[in-house]
Design a protein around this ligand. Structure first.
Ligand code: SF4
Ligand code: SF4
Length: 356
């Protein structure tokens, strides 16, 4: 389990230092931060807390500059903030579009600065990271010999972005890359199910599961999940996918059992696009205020709305072709109200004013 530095922004440096040192004392050795977290604040806290224990950790940070000059400056600033002369792993941070990937790969792009820094011993390994749908990550590790890749893996988003486990994971493993899992709790959405969410994440064939921690209680609980870890069997995973309350009777498990539709409605594909759009988080059900606020905060976290709408527009058959015959309903093992959900998905993806 790696220590993610984003949530150190929420606590004073003294508490951050306690947590980081306790993590190391308990046997942890992977600490990760980013230049962009609080414009260097997270790096400063990590540096102040762990400079005296530099040799005990594998230290990772991230560079968000896309051009060579900006990246060179940012790398040097990160080293300063972290009070060290080298980081073990530098990620190109949040490379989410083909355009951004083109910028870092181009002559005069950020990777040139990273390569020079690596030649000077300031960096040991180079990686690439982004959130959500992994098209650009897949292209990135195909076009450039990165050492590591970081992506979102958890039992909720696996159904919103099936390419994460279906394509990115086997490709990265085939290339023998370091595979860094982030967001085992789906940005906190799975907080009520933390033990099983960690168990699921730790069972994936990845190098490290990175999680943010900002209280003693959270750190001790996470350490216990790792200490008590037993890999999940395929049967246990199936059971989790069936019974997880966050998936419920709304999130499509992409099993294709509802097909074929006599009208050719590509049901799972439409729901996959709904996943890109808002992670299938708005489901037309009344919620208590805390749950509502959490969903509203997280549903557009990955910013995939425009791309989802574009891809929906390109579908030859859309939700509107459904005549409500009900043939698909008994075939869905998860009891999804497919007809109603198609209406909600269409409302999101076509920009209709209302779905009922
Ligand atoms: S209810 Fe709609 S989606 Fe389901 S089989 Fe009938 S036409 Fe197809
Ligand atoms: S059967 Fe249900 S869960 Fe499976 S793809 Fe169809 S709608 Fe999704």
């Amino acid at each position: 389990m790696g220590f993610g530095g984003f949530h150190l922004l929420e606590i004073p440096a003294r508490e951050a230092a306690y947590l980081l040192n306790r993590y190391l004392d308990a046997g942890g050795n992977y600490v990760e931060t980013a230049a962009a977290y609080g414009n260097g604040e997270s790096e400063l806290k990590v540096g102040a807390a762990l400079a005296h224990r530099r040799d005990e950790i594998f230290l990772a940070t991230k560079c968000i500059a896309r051009d060579k000059k900006g990246a060179a400056e940012q790398i040097d600033r990160s080293l300063q903030n972290l009070q060290t002369d080298r980081v073990d792993l530098l990620f190109m941070h949040a490379v989410g579009t083909g355009e951004q990937l083109g910028q870092i790969l181009a002559p005069g792009g950020a990777l040139e600065a990273a390569e020079e820094a690596r030649a000077q011993g300031k960096i040991r390994f180079l990686g690439i990271s982004m959130h959500g749908q992994p098209d650009t990550l897949i292209e990135g590790i195909t076009r450039y010999p990165f050492d590591a890749v970081m992506a979102t893996f958890n039992y909720f988003d696996r159904f919103n972005f099936p390419d994460l486990e279906g394509k990115l994971l086997p490709l990265a493993r085939g290339k023998d890359l370091g595979l860094v899992l982030m967001k085992p709790l789906a940005d906190g959405f799975l907080w009520r199910s933390a033990p099983v969410a960690f168990r699921y994440a730790l069972s994936l064939p990845v190098s490290v599961v990175v999680t943010g921690m900002n209280t003693k209680e959270m750190l001790e609980a996470d350490l216990a999940y790792v200490r008590d870890f037993q890999p999940m069997s395929a049967k246990e995973k199936e059971e989790l996918f069936r019974s997880a309350p966050e998936l419920g009777e709304y999130v499509c498990r992409q099993c294709d059992a509802c097909l074929p539709c006599p009208k050719g409605v590509p049901i799972p594909e439409i729901f996959r696009l709904e996943g890109y759009y808002d992670r299938q988080m708005r489901d037309g059900k009344a919620r208590d205020p805390a749950e509502y606020a959490l969903r509203e905060r997280l549903r557009f976290w990955y910013g995939g709305q425009e791309r989802a709408r574009q891809q929906y527009q390109d579908l030859p058959v859309k939700a509107a072709a459904c005549i409500g015959c009900g043939e698909c309903l008994p075939r869905c093992p998860y009891h999804l109200a497919i007809v109603e959900k198609l209406g909600i998905a269409d409302y999101k993806l076509s920009g209709a004013k209302r779905y009922f």
